[in-house]
Design a protein around this ligand. Structure first.
Ligand SMILES: *[C@@H]1O[C@H](CO)[C@@H](O)[C@H](O)[C@H]1NC(C)=O
Ligand SMILES: *[C@@H]1O[C@H](CO)[C@@H](O)[C@H](O)[C@H]1NC(C)=O
Ligand SMILES: *[C@@H]1O[C@H](CO)[C@@H](O)[C@H](O)[C@H]1NC(C)=O
Ligand SMILES: *[C@@H]1O[C@H](CO)[C@@H](O)[C@H](O)[C@H]1NC(C)=O
Ligand SMILES: *[C@@H]1O[C@H](CO)[C@@H](O)[C@H](O)[C@H]1NC(C)=O
Ligand SMILES: *[C@@H]1O[C@H](CO)[C@@H](O)[C@H](O)[C@H]1NC(C)=O
Ligand SMILES: *[C@@H]1O[C@H](CO)[C@@H](O)[C@H](O)[C@H]1NC(C)=O
Length: 582
């Protein structure tokens, strides 16, 4: 008796091991599985636009919505047998945002925002269901979005995103005992999960503007906690595993993870990012034991996980042959949609008004063609022409008058005319335009963008150059300073050289050649013939000079290297110190 069950369990186990996964995500036409932050595999070639996703660990089954399938809207995928089943037939005007499955009662619940209703079907063998699902709760003011099930205590929880009075509510599986669990301090509770391990509801609130938060509360709504506040995420769906909270985010097109009990200021971690299609639904893999942990209220659930309970997966969904036409009717017997006026596309899902008018409202003519009712100041078939573009010349400011005609306000006193096209010519200089508008004061910023502030100058309406901000530039300015100093030094050197040169020219040149002789007195002793100082003497060719240097200034090295060395030697040899080695 046990044999078949054991074989089934073994088969299921082997399949489970073959593809272990942490999270599964619906994106585009794919069901993607991730393990340790990397995509392990994906499924779903036969689908078109997958959205909401739910997971039942008891039956190892994923349940999901295909928004554009022809025949059905909700499907199941058995991860063990790898079989897809259609569960619910498509309604013509449906918008299923979320779904959840209770393995104890074998009931599938989903929210439909267009119908403002919660529907269900039972998957217990032998149960009777409406093909389109059985209505559970129909709402008037509330807009149900996310839905989750508390299998241990037998409640469904859902979020209502009516912006004037958002709530998180719950009810029994038969719709009775409906009550508001969270009704204050929420803005748009976009997604919801129930964690049996901590006995908490966890939700994401898409707060005003760019803000969002992840919050939790006890199952009765008490003991609220904010786990995370942040910006720029748009959490669409949220799920919990043993230790983590995961959500898909439309802001960054990615999946994030946060520890369930995050220390203060914990940043969420990005698991994976998507390039093309938005991720929509997300579920985390979990073990029933991890969720129930011997909680007496969860006895039924935990025993179920061991009993390998049976559900009816074979629903007879009458196939709706051909395309599912969003705004139109199917051409009988063919895969073709006959679109109602104003819609195009294979499935009549594209409005002809979509992106048609640039600056105006789009409406349809009787023939179904789009026409535009342009905003003030715009014209053209698609309101693409801005009446002000290029209208005012010479920097005139364009505004629209009551008749939506452009008018110009000329700047400065240089131009006049309807389009500021006529230059004003001043006959005398005294009538020159006063430059009151020129404000030379500098508005320096500490911006790091140096290129933006470096020497930025602009011309005002008078054509004058206004020096812009010239803040200290650590690279440019020292270089300029050094260059300036070098220039100055160079000029100084030039000046000195020039004066020196001039003085040199003025000095008398002595051409007379003097024959030095032993019996002749040294030249220095004859002031009438030589008035040149000793220093000056050294600049001359020794043969031409009547002077010689005093002994103390004669250095051997100088003598050795200088031309005319021999002559100088002779000269010195004839002097009053004949015992000198030279
Ligand atoms: C997950 O990946 C990281 C690095 O990629 C590795 O260090 C770690 O051991 C992996 N964990 C598991 C459970 O495979
Ligand atoms: C399964 O459900 C379908 C549709 O509700 C029903 O027609 C069929 O008889 C059920 N099968 C079993 C074995 O209960
Ligand atoms: C939201 O709820 C209020 C009453 O609380 C109702 O008047 C309003 O119409 C609802 N908004 C929408 C969009 O249904
Ligand atoms: C699970 O199996 C046990 C014994 O095998 C049985 O007592 C129990 O009722 C079963 N539970 C369900 C929900 O079928
Ligand atoms: C819809 O039904 C038709 C006809 O039975 C079938 O060929 C097609 O594959 C079905 N589409 C899906 C998405 O199941
Ligand atoms: C120039 O700008 C400074 C700083 O904003 C301001 O205080 C001053 O009044 C302005 N001068 C003129 C002539 O606009
Ligand atoms: C200076 O620039 C800042 C930022 O660009 C601006 O807010 C401020 O009004 C400017 N001040 C003057 C006097 O132009």
């Amino acid at each position: 008796m046990c044999r078949t069950e054991c074989v089934l369990a073994l088969v299921a186990l082997s399949f489970g091991v073959a593809h272990s996964w942490d999270i599964a995500v619906t994106t585009g036409d794919q069901l993607e599985f991730y393990s340790n932050k990397t995509k392990t595999h994906n499924e779903g070639v036969r689908f078109r636009d997958l959205t909401a996703l739910a997971y039942d660990a008891v039956h190892n089954m994923l349940l999901f919505v295909d928004k554009q399938s022809d025949n059905a809207s909700i499907f199941s995928y058995n991860l063990g047998t790898k079989k897809y089943r259609s569960l619910v037939r498509r309604r013509s005007y449906e918008n299923i945002q979320d779904l959840t499955f209770d393995p104890v009662e074998g009931k599938l619940f989903w929210t439909d925002t267009n119908e403002r209703s919660i529907f269900w079907i039972s998957m217990k063998p032998g149960s009777k269901n409406n093909d389109y699902g059985n209505l559970l709760i129909k709402m008037d003011d509330e807009i149900p979005r996310a839905i989750a099930v508390d299998s241990c205590r037998g409640y469904i929880y859902w979020t209502n995103i009516n912006i004037t009075k958002p709530t998180i509510e719950r009810a029994r599986f038969d719709g009775s005992e409906r009550e508001v669990v969270v009704g204050t301090d929420i803005y748009m509770p976009i997604s919801l999960a129930i964690d049996q391990r901590t006995k908490q509801i966890i939700w994401a609130d898409d707060k005003e503007g760019i803000h969002y938060s992840i919050e939790s509360a006890d199952l009765n709504g008490k003991n609220r906690k904010t786990l995370l506040v942040g910006t720029h995420h748009q959490p669409n769906a949220l799920t919990v595993s043993k230790d983590y909270i995961y959500w898909v985010d439309w802001g960054y097109k990615s999946v994030w993870q946060l520890p369930k009990d995050p220390p203060k200021d914990t940043e969420p971690q990005e698991i994976t990012a998507f390039n093309n299609d938005l991720p929509f639904g997300i579920v985390a893999n979990y073990k029933i034991e991890d969720q129930t942990r011997g909680d007496p209220e969860c006895k039924e659930l935990s025993s179920l996980s061991q009993n390998n309970s049976v559900i009816n997966e074979t629903f007879y969904i009458p196939s709706d042959v051909g395309l599912f036409c969003v705004h139109g009717i199917k051409v009988n017997g063919k895969s073709l949609c006959n679109c109602t006026p104003g819609y195009t596309g294979e499935r009549c899902d594209i409005s002809v008004c979509q992106n048609y008018c640039f600056q105006g409202d789009c409406s349809l003519t009787s023939g179904g063609q789009p026409t535009c009712n342009c905003n003030n100041g715009y014209s053209g078939d698609r309101c693409e022409v801005n009446a002000c573009t290029g209208y005012c010349l010479n920097n005139g400011i364009c505004t629209l008058n009551e008749k939506s005609e452009p008018t110009c306000q000329c700047l400065g006193r240089d131009h006049e005319g309807a389009r500021c096209e006529t230059p004003i010519i001043y006959t005398t200089t005294t009538e020159a335009p006063p430059k009151t508008e020129t404000n030379q004061s500098c508005n320096c910023t500490t911006s790091e963008d140096q290129s933006a502030i470096a020497f930025s100058s602009k011309t005002n309406e008078n054509g004058d150059l206004i020096e812009g901000c010239s803040a200290w530039d650590p690279v440019r300015d020292p270089v300029i300073m050094v260059l300036g100093i070098l220039c100055g030094l160079l000029c100084l050197a030039c000046a000195v050289l020039i004066t020196k040169n001039l003085q040199l020219r003025r000095r008398p040149r002595i051409k007379k050649r003097i024959i030095v002789n032993k019996n002749v007195t040294p030249m220095t002793a004859r002031p009438d013939q030589c008035e040149i100082t000793i220093e000056n003497c050294c600049n001359m060719n020794i043969c031409e000079t009547p002077c010689f240097e005093p002994r103390s200034t004669i250095r051997p090295s100088l003598l050795d290297s200088k031309p005319g060395k021999e002559e100088k030697k002779n000269l010195i040899a004839n002097m009053e110190y004949p015992d000198d080695p030279y």
